[in-house]
Design a protein around this ligand. Structure first.
Ligand code: ATP
Length: 323
């Protein structure tokens, strides 16, 4: 092993830069050369490579986004696209690659490594924290804190006007962000795809809770809730309860940006170093994960997206505090 590549792929997440820095510096410390692959698999296909020295990753630890940029590549899904990518890697004399992304990026790596026997190591980077085999994904902690700060502000105005706010957070298939931010903000109701019966709780709140004791309310909605997003749910509520002052706030892409939290920086750094260790150990087709704070290796074919078995205890706590 002499030269490795590193790239970010799929949706960006705060802390990816910290991981790129850790991979680069750990590899350099082990006398390996490092190449940054820009714009994910698309950049791999096009040979958009830049050499990375220690200085090139200075000052990025605290920055959101990804200095290597990211992309989704339809071409890489085709055998012809992967052949081009493989040829570019060979031409640049890259022996192995670290991919920072979500389960789609790992699937792509697995497919290519099976076709060309090329070593890939994955680092999970997604604000949804919905990858099997790891308790933690890069960016989740920062996104959670961004949501909490935003909802605290919404709460001030909701309380002042006696309004009910439906706040939509990211999570097409996963409600972890909505659940935890809802707990942290004292939301009256939390609507997530994994929960059954949460709309009963909403109806109860609207019919009894709000009128008898509440003067305002925050309803957290994961964008993938089965009843639709915050706009659709609020529309229904407006029809059924024309007397209520209902508003919607969709937090959107602010959840993906911003300076990573200390936790995201530390974990991304640990994972970056562990990814290089794994390559030096001749490992391939595994994702670096964290299980109870300890580094674990998870085969790519297991590291798929899943609806985390959501913490039912946390849901019970939320209901208890809002009866
Ligand atoms: P996020 O969780 O943020 O969506 P992700 O890594 O899951 O991140 P995807 O868009 O699913 O994001 O995947 C990133 C890229 O990986 C795709 O644009 C594609 O180039 C490649 N990829 C995904 N699935 C496959 C596949 N089955 N075969 C080949 N390449 C794939």
């Amino acid at each position: 092993l002499q030269k490795i590549g590193v790239f970010t792929s799929g949706g960006d997440a705060p802390g990816m830069n910290a991981a790129v820095r850790a991979v680069t510096r750990a590899a350099l410390a082990n006398k390996l050369k490092v190449v940054g692959i820009r714009r994910g698999y698309q950049g791999m296909i096009e040979g958009d490579f830049i050499p990375l020295k220690s200085n090139d990753v200075s000052g990025i630890l605290q920055l959101g986004g990804t200095m290597l940029k990211t992309a989704r590549s339809a071409e890489f899904r085709t055998p012809e696209g992967r052949e081009k990518a493989y040829k570019q890697l060979k031409k640049a004399e890259i022996d192995a690659v670290v991919v920072i992304g979500g389960d789609g990026s790992f699937t792509g790596a697995l497919v290519m490594s099976q076709e060309y026997d090329f070593p890939f190591i994955g680092i999970p980077g997604t604000i949804d924290n919905d990858i099997y085999g790891t308790d933690y994904t890069i960016g989740y902690d920062t996104a959670l804190n961004t949501v909490v700060q935003a909802v605290d502000k919404i709460k001030d105005t909701a309380r002042s006007h006696g309004r009910i706010f439906f706040v939509e957070v990211m999570g097409r298939e996963a409600g972890l962000l909505a659940l935890n931010s809802g707990i942290a903000c004292g939301a009256e109701v939390i609507l997530i795809p994994e929960a059954k019966g949460d709309h009963d709780q909403l109806n109860k709140f609207l019919e009894k809770g709000y009128k008898s004791k509440e003067t305002s309310g925050i309803i957290m909605v994961a964008e993938g809730d089965e009843a639709g997003g915050a706009i659709q749910i609020a529309e229904r509520v407006r029809k059924e309860h024309p007397d209520l002052d209902v508003r919607v706030s969709i937090l959107g892409h602010i959840q993906r940006g911003g300076s990573p939290t200390a936790k995201d920086r530390v974990n991304a750094t640990k994972m970056g170093v562990a990814a290089v260790d794994a390559l030096l150990d001749d490992q391939k087709s595994i994702m670096i994960g964290l299980d109870n704070e300890k580094i674990v290796h998870v085969p790519f074919n297991k590291a798929v997206k899943l609806n985390h078995s959501i913490d039912t205890n946390l849901m019970d706590i939320q209901k208890l505090l809002n009866t």
